[in-house]
Design a protein around this ligand. Structure first.
Ligand code: SF4
Length: 61
């Protein structure tokens, strides 16, 4: 699984970093994906982060 954040939609202060810090980190006011591929053990948390994102900035595939 790969994760992507649309920087144009990201408000920077959402829950993704709290829910899945293994993948999402705040850099220069936006959330940035830290990994090439989401580790299988955090896929569920990553999915939850996508669902909780208030601006639908996160996509997974
Ligand atoms: S939850 Fe969504 S809008 Fe908020 S920081 Fe994360 S990616 Fe950006």
């Amino acid at each position: 699984m790969k994760a992507k954040v649309d920087e144009g939609l990201c408000c920077g202060a959402g829950p993704c970093q709290e829910i899945c810090p293994e993948v999402f980190k705040r850099i220069d006011g936006v959330s940035v994906v830290q990994v090439e591929t989401v580790p299988s053990e955090v896929e569920k948390k990553c999915q939850e982060a996508m669902e909780e994102c208030p601006t639908n900035a996160i996509s997974l595939k």
